[in-house]
Design a protein around this ligand. Structure first.
Ligand code: FAD
Length: 301
């Protein structure tokens, strides 16, 4: 279970005492504040704090004194222009702080995004909860035969049951050993900082993660993408749903130009021009490698 009844009560108490402020407030984000959005079997993301809204991006771009233009259409046009032309610093004026609970192997991918501030739960100081990630049946899949960095067919029947059993048994055994080694209940045992080293990568950890909107979009572009591993993608998708409510105009521009858009190489532009002129161009005449051509055809047919 991602949150205990005590933790839920704490969140409810925090949400029950709103305060007046002169700061920019995003109504969409206020609805998310503190609430846990469940991810995987024991994980979650929670928005702990945020700064700015769509108007803050516009104000920063114009270096304005007040709330800036009153016309949403003007703001939308400017935000789309900024996104289209990679004028990124106005997006850095918005910030978000998240509380994330995630398996260690997901955390290892996540921490590669260096342009964020992180503080992780200390397993030197505290005893870890007995929680590990076990994939749902539809995610229990074999190695992909076409992509070395991915999964293929979903396991069925006896093979699915066998693998599931191994995952559960190993995690349970490792956790039993962890608890049996700890310096507690009168035994000398091992310090927490050492006893944890036998735990598997599907053990859950937690951190506070703070970043700005520009770098968050970069994270979402890579991790909410179909090429990202499912287990980090579902976190990125949960964050994206909050961002959509926080800065709807910026998020729409991001979806249009980054998530939905494609980058063309000079060679690809040339092929498209030749095709539009009626020429039949295949991979050998394109100047592209087979891999590039496959990706190009994936988008353009
Ligand atoms: C599908 C996928 C597969 C991957 N596979 C692997 C893998 O097999 N092995 C592996 O090791 N990693 C892998 N990665 C991680 C990847 O290489 C990046 O480390 C990760 O996505 C973080 O990207 P980033 O550096 O752009 O982000 P951030 O660290 O957030 O940086 C954002 C931007 O800031 C700038 N920046 C930050 N720090 C520096 C710096 N020190 N010097 C110069 N510029 C900087 C860069 O412009 C960078 O793009 C994979 C990522 C994805 C999405």
């Amino acid at each position: 279970m991602p949150l205990s009844p005590d933790q839920i009560a704490e969140i409810d108490a925090a949400r029950a005492t709103p305060r007046q402020t002169l700061r920019a407030v995003s109504d969409g984000m206020e609805a998310h504040l503190y609430r846990a959005h469940e991810v995987l079997d024991h994980g979650f993301i929670r928005v702990i704090d945020y700064m700015g809204d769509d108007a803050a991006i516009v104000q920063a771009a114009r270096v304005s004194y007040g709330a800036g233009t009153k016309h949403v259409s003007n703001d939308e046009g400017l935000i789309r222009y900024l996104m289209r032309h990679w004028h990124s610093t106005p997006f850095e004026m918005c910030e978000i702080k998240l509380h994330v609970k995630l398996p260690v192997f997901v955390a290892r991918q996540w921490i590669r995004h260096r342009t964020a501030n992180v503080n992780e739960y200390s397993a030197r100081y505290s005893i870890l909860d007995r929680e590990f990630y076990i994939p749902a049946p539809d995610q229990l899949a074999a190695q992909s035969t076409v992509n070395n960095q991915g999964r293929g067919a979903v396991l069925q029947g006896e093979e699915a049951a066998r693998v599931l059993e191994v995952l559960k048994r190993d995690a349970g055994q490792a956790f039993d050993s962890y608890e049996s080694m700890l310096s507690q209940d009168g035994q000398q045992g091992l310090a927490r900082e050492l006893a944890r080293m036998n735990l598997p990568m599907n053990t859950y950890t937690q951190w506070y993660w703070k970043t700005d909107l520009h770098n968050l979009f970069h994270f979402l572009r890579l991790r909410a993408d179909a090429h990202a591993q499912y287990e980090i993608r579902v976190y990125a998708e949960a964050i994206a749903a909050c961002v959509k409510d926080w800065v709807p105009l910026a998020f729409a521009a991001f979806e249009d130009y980054r998530m939905g858009g494609v980058t063309l190489s000079a060679k690809a532009v040339e092929v498209l021009k030749r095709r539009l002129a009626g020429e039949v161009v295949g991979q050998p005449e394109s100047g592209m490698s087979k891999g590039e051509w496959r990706e190009f055809e994936g988008v353009w047919g």
